[in-house]
Write a protein that binds this ligand. Structure first.
Ligand code: FAD
Length: 353
């Protein structure tokens, strides 16, 4: 059996790419070493069209979001399970100055249904600190990432299309027809290893910046908001009085251990949003595959046409991966030009250095 693709890594990137390639009729084999604290497994799963301090619409949000909506919808129907929760995101103004900045920025209009409401004073939710008001952002929500990965992996396993083990470079052979890996033969291999690509001899020249993030799950009493809150951190209601609070950003010391500093930062910021009493239930740390220019890393190796990479989703994998997987599959089939903004060719000078 000659596979069309071997996909290495079954986090958000590899899982969505493998599913997309299979849907387009390709024969795909996935190799993944299960990792409970992978970026995907610890992610809060947020999709926010308007992230960042400068109130800018996320890059390509108009293209990515409808695609992501349809993609997660399809998986929900396939597995008969809710996976993506559409929820407005209440971005609380941290100061009057921030409110003024937004008022000036929004005066020109053009935000469509990304903005549901603007509050110039508190919305009035008890025990929530929003004295300067905020904006209610539409078209966002959160994905149960680990649940989705579990369902997709289970399906692959049932079909015999998942090798749950570490991919070892020493077993990889490249030849004119494609690649050989142990007993597997394929025309093409795509690496989706998340931050671990920094150890990959074929792609470690790319400027991936491993960025640690920590997340808490807390239980808060008598707090049942309809929206996700955001002021320095996100407070995501995940049901039964539980909330995910995240996340921290640390690129100076990207280890995978939870820390007291991380917990303190998250609880302090949570307390700046609400004075509801709470207890911490869980604490996770993972490493994001972030990139210097905050754009994904997608494309074929400059010298080995049978190897490529689909990575660098940074902190926006939930929003970007479905569209980019479809786009990359079309590119690999010769049906589209690769978006210059994601193409690894933008860093080619680093390869030849
Ligand atoms: C704390 C935190 C919060 C986040 N919150 C959000 C959020 O709210 N919204 C959002 O969109 N994004 C969020 N992110 C970012 C998001 O998690 C990433 O963009 C995304 O998960 C990256 O997916 P990935 O598949 O590239 O990498 P990973 O999730 O790291 O998956 C890589 C997979 O490849 C496997 N692998 C690697 N090397 C090998 C090998 N040699 N052999 C076999 N298997 C291998 C790993 O075991 C793993 O299963 C968050 C990240 C963190 C850390």
């Amino acid at each position: 059996m000659i596979y069309d693709f071997i996909v290495v890594g079954h986090g958000l990137a590899g899982a969505i790419l493998a599913y997309t390639l299979r849907k387009k009729g390709h024969q795909v084999m996935v190799i993944d070493e299960p990792k409970p604290n992978s970026a995907s497994n610890v992610a809060a799963g947020l999709l926010n069209p308007l992230a960042g301090k400068r109130f800018a619409k996320s890059w390509m949000a108009d293209e990515f979001i409808p695609f992501a909506d349809a993609f997660y919808d399809e998986l929900e129907r396939r597995f008969q399970k809710p996976l993506f929760y559409h929820k407005p995101i209440y971005k609380i103004f941290s100061s009057i100055e921030e409110q003024n900045n937004w008022m000036a920025k929004s005066a020109g209009g053009g935000w469509g249904d990304y903005i549901q409401d603007t509050y110039t004073q508190s919305k009035g939710e008890p025990a929530v600190h929003d004295e300067n008001g905020g904006i209610m952002i539409g078209r966002g929500g959160y994905l149960q990432v680990s649940e989705m990965l579990f369902l997709l992996a289970q399906e692959l396993q049932e079909l015999g299309l998942l090798l749950p083990e570490r991919f070892e470079m020493t077993h990889l052979q490249l030849d004119k027809e494609g690649v050989r890996y142990k007993h597997l033969v394929a025309k093409h291999l795509v690496f989706c290893e998340g931050y671990q690509v920094i150890h990959n001899p074929y792609f470690k020249w790319l400027p991936l910046q491993p960025t640690k993030g920590e997340v808490l799950e807390v239980k808060a009493d008598n707090f049942a908001p309809e929206c996700i809150y955001n002021k320095a951190v996100y407070v995501v209601p995940v049901g039964e009085g539980r909330f995910k609070i995240g996340a921290t950003y640390n690129w100076r010391q990207p280890d995978e251990q939870v820390s007291r500093e991380g917990e303190q930062e998250l609880t302090e910021r949570f307390e700046q949003i609400t004075s509801h009493t709470y207890s911490v239930l869980e604490h996770w740390a993972g490493i994001r595959p972030a990139v210097r220019d905050r754009r994904p890393l997608v494309g074929v190796h400059p010298e080995h046409a049978q190897l490529s990479i689909f990575n660098g989703m940074g902190s926006k994998g939930v929003m970007m991966a479905p569209y980019l997987a479809d786009h990359y599959a079309a590119y690999l089939a010769g049906q589209a030009e690769l978006l210059p903004g994601v193409n690894i060719s933008r860093y080619l000078s680093l390869y030849y250095e």
